[in-house]
Design a protein around this ligand. Structure first.
Ligand code: P6P
Length: 343
């Protein structure tokens, strides 16, 4: 089915859609439904700030730095606190983890413990906030592995193939929420006038043929031979392929979203630019894995250049991973070039 906006069908709110999804999970107690609803609510609250960041004195930096050593924007902190405070007391979660915090986030002792785990990047692309570029929130939901008591780091370090649900919000020309529980990928557009997310992109499938490739070509000299040759292939410079157009926003959610709807490949490969980041810049747990889960259920694929992202066993909360994601055949082509030229 095309990923064009569906404006003629029945009016479906995200609450109705999530409730209908619950029927796919016979054992569902409604906790996942409520958790997804709470994330939609967080998106509305964050969107209300991002669209007037310039006016609400929420622009600019806090002066602090996060675990990644990146300057923390006031909006980062706002988004992080909003998601945590909406979810810490609901009794649906055993533990959380956020890009903005070094360690896991315990559920406060006065609140009940639930059976799900929420990992999130509260505001990805925040370095673009000051330039009015689209930014986003990315989330992963797992079932806890430990049996009782407060959730642990082990509950957070799960493979992407064990995800229960994943999604993102994109705060751009409109605010959208895209999510999957493994039964199709569905997009909802926020009508700020009524404060509702309405189903606008049901059953998203990554279109063929692909239109774009998305990579920061400014780092080309730091890439491996295989990635350099792969990029020439995508540009149609090896005579065997039709060149693609380059689109790179520098905001992962925006770059991924465009390729999801138009067809294409995004990649942030390993590079030698920063010895402290030999595996590239993007994080596995709350960036690559949830987007890989979405790509899979939209007919696409995601790899670290050698293995499926969803098969990778995480070893730490903030570990970085090279990411190639989008149309399956383009990602598999990347693996082919890397296998052939990088050994
Ligand atoms: P570069 C934004 O800071 C981010 O984490 C992702 O959203 C984006 O894909 C990437 O960094 C861009 O990194 O090195 O190309 O500026």
């Amino acid at each position: 089915m095309s990923s064009e906006m569906n404006l003629t069908g029945k009016i479906t709110t995200i609450e109705r859609h999530i409730l209908d999804e619950q029927s796919y999970h016979p054992g569902a107690t409604g906790a996942l439904t409520s958790l997804l609803y709470d994330l939609a609510l967080a998106g509305k609250i964050i969107a209300s700030q991002t669209t007037r960041a310039g006016l609400a004195e929420i622009l600019g930096e806090t002066g602090g730095f996060n675990v990644q050593g990146e300057a923390v924007k006031k909006l980062d902190v706002f988004a992080d606190q909003t998601i945590f405070r909406l979810n810490d007391h609901t009794g649906r979660l055993a533990v959380m983890a956020s890009e903005e915090h070094e360690g896991i986030l315990d559920i406060p002792k006065q609140y009940p413990i639930g059976k799900y785990v929420l990992l999130f990047d509260p505001l990805d692309g925040s370095s673009n906030i000051d330039y009015n570029v689209s930014i986003g929130t990315i989330f992963s939901i797992y079932a806890r592995k430990t049996k009782e008591g407060p959730g642990t780091l082990e509950d957070c370090l799960q493979k992407g193939s064990d995800l229960v649900a994943a999604g993102y919000l994109i705060y751009g020309s409109s605010t959208m929420l895209v999510y999957t529980t493994g039964h199709g990928v569905h997009g909802f557009t926020l009508d700020p006038g009524v404060g509702e997310f309405f189903l606008s992109h049901p059953h998203i499938r990554i279109p063929e043929p692909p239109k774009y490739y998305s990579v920061n070509q400014g780092y080309q000299k730091y890439w491996s031979e295989g990635v350099q040759r792969y990029t020439r292939y995508l540009q149609g410079r090896d005579g065997n392929s039709q060149g693609l157009s380059l689109r790179y926003i520098g905001s992962l959610v925006a770059d991924f979203h465009r390729n999801l709807l138009s067809g294409g490949v995004f990649y942030y490969p390993a590079d030698t630019k920063d010895p402290s980041k030999p595996h590239g810049k993007l994080r596995l747990l709350y960036e690559a894995a949830p987007l890989a889960f979405i790509a899979k259920h939209a007919g696409g694929y995601a790899s670290d250049g050698r293995r499926p992202i969803l098969d990778l066993e995480p070893s730490s909360l903030h570990q970085r991973v090279p990411l190639f994601i989008g149309n399956r055949n383009l990602v598999e082509k990347a693996e082919e070039f890397i296998r052939q030229y990088d050994g």
